[in-house]
Write a protein of this length. Structure first.
Length: 320
């Protein structure tokens, strides 16, 4: 059913008998892995549309040669200050009084519920509001993974948070349209290890779309000739890779582009929120009353903090 962008009336927002199922996926793996939309830590809050964090890098290890009695050599680490922006997530519904009352009208408009039938949706306003919650979660998940940064100079366009894929700039391997290979994947992980390290406690993870997930299974399970020993189970599903740099988990994430494999240390990523005084972070509220309808909105502002981007990596321009 298409999305309605105007007042929801009995003419354009139909009612059905029996159960109603949601035909869209509501999974948000990356968002769930980094904490979701729950504000359980005051450090997740910001009071500015721009928020920043610090990254300090030590020099490479070296063997000093210091003579006896030498004066101390002074040096300090200045670090860098990566930043991102919170963006607005806002959804609203507007349902006419007639549509709210017509719980017995079916499609087509000439039909009505029989005595043995039940209307699946008794409160259409509450139902429409409830559908906005998974939509917002999906939008936040997409923005945090594949979002493009924008901080406009005025209010003619909206702010957009920088997603993890765009934020990853140090450890980038360009496949040039070639199909993924074992060497490509391991070389990219090695690049992360060389640049910063692969830290097991930070949940190193490969994030892939469905097509590249199947290729990972082919490369690291089927082509490696691992055998299924059960007589009742067939097939293969790679969920983690044992590499020279540690165990790397595999996450199936549908919003990752089909030409990309993203390596992430999940524990370096977390959502940041800007609260509205007296209302909270993500909240719902009725809007001003005009005409014979009820208007309601859900509003929140959130952005992604991704730590030191050098701890992430990506393969790009892979063959689909």
């Amino acid at each position: 059913m298409p999305t309605i962008t105007s007042l929801a009336t009995t003419y354009i927002l139909p009612q059905y008998a029996g159960n109603v199922m949601l035909g869209s996926s509501t999974d948000t793996p990356f968002l769930d892995a980094i904490g979701g939309l729950a504000v359980d830590d005051p450090d997740l809050l910001t009071n500015s549309v721009l928020f920043q964090w610090g990254v300090e890098l030590l020099p490479d290890g070296a063997q000093p040669a210091i003579p006896e009695g030498a004066d101390a050599s002074f040096s300090e680490v200045s670090g860098t200050g990566p930043f991102n922006v919170v963006q607005i997530f806002q959804e609203a519904v507007n349902v006419s009084y007639s549509r709210q009352g017509a719980t017995g009208s079916l499609v087509p408009a000439s039909s009505t519920l029989t005595s043995s039938e039940q209307s699946a949706i008794r409160d259409i306003l509450a139902h429409q509001v409830s559908l906005k919650l998974p939509k917002i979660r999906r939008d936040v998940n997409y923005s945090f993974v594949a979002g493009s940064y924008a901080l406009p100079a005025n209010n003619l366009t909206g702010r957009k948070t920088r997603g993890l894929i765009e934020a990853t700039t140090t450890n980038v391997t360009d496949a040039g349209g070639a199909a993924m290979t074992e060497a490509m994947v391991l070389d990219m992980i090695q690049a992360v290890f060389t640049a910063r390290g692969v830290v097991q406690g930070w949940e190193p993870t490969l994030m892939v779309a469905a097509n590249q997930k199947r290729k990972l299974t082919d490369i690291f399970v089927r082509n490696a000739q691992f055998q299924q020993t059960s007589r009742r189970v067939g097939g293969a599903n790679v969920q983690a890779l044992e590499t020279d740099f540690g165990v790397v988990n595999v996450m199936l994430e549908r919003v990752v582009p089909t030409t990309v494999v993203q390596f992430a240390h999940l524990r370096l990523c977390r959502p940041r929120f800007m609260a509205v005084p007296g209302k909270g972070v993500f909240f719902g509220e009725p809007l001003s009353k005009t005409g014979a309808s009820d208007k309601y909105q859900i509003y929140g502002e959130a952005g992604l903090e991704y730590g030191d981007e050098g701890y992430h990596g990506k393969l790009i321009n892979l063959h689909v």
